[in-house]
Write a protein of this length. Structure first.
Length: 140
């Protein structure tokens, strides 16, 4: 059989192998733990980015919805303004026509007054020439 020294050496080798295995397992555990922490940190960053993008998309959706409501409100107001302008135009149109007619009549009356003034002026000039000729004839 094997002698005691060989058994002790075998036990020493076995113990050394066990210690080495224990160190390797401990190193693997530390590596696994650091990988786990790195993965957790990476996932945390990814989740933060997803949350930020979710907030941005939500804000964008709200902005688009508000813009749509504002556009609809403006369209409604424009339609109301068009209706108001059309109603006001219809209400004022007879007065505008009256003013145009009065302007045309005023121009006609102004023309008649100018013609009458020219006629009176011509008559006065003719009468003054006649009066001058009569005074010249009477005086001399």
């Amino acid at each position: 059989m094997a002698d005691l020294n060989e058994v002790m050496r075998a036990l020493g080798r076995l113990e050394a192998t066990g210690e080495a295995t224990k160190e390797v397992v401990e190193d693997l555990r530390e590596d696994f733990h650091s990988e786990k922490e790195a993965a957790r940190s990476s996932r945390k960053i990814i989740h933060q980015r997803l949350d930020e993008q979710n907030g941005q998309i939500s804000h964008l959706e709200k902005t688009v919805a508000i813009s749509g409501q504002i556009d609809a409100q403006l369209r409604d107001e424009l339609a109301e303004l068009k209706t108001t302008v059309a109603n006001n135009h219809a209400a004022v149109q007879p007065h505008i026509e009256d003013m145009k007619r009065m302007k045309t009549m005023g121009m006609g009356i102004t023309g008649l007054i100018a013609l009458a003034g020219l006629t009176v002026g011509g008559i006065v000039v003719y009468a003054s020439d006649m009066a001058r000729a009569a005074i010249k004839h009477w005086l001399g």
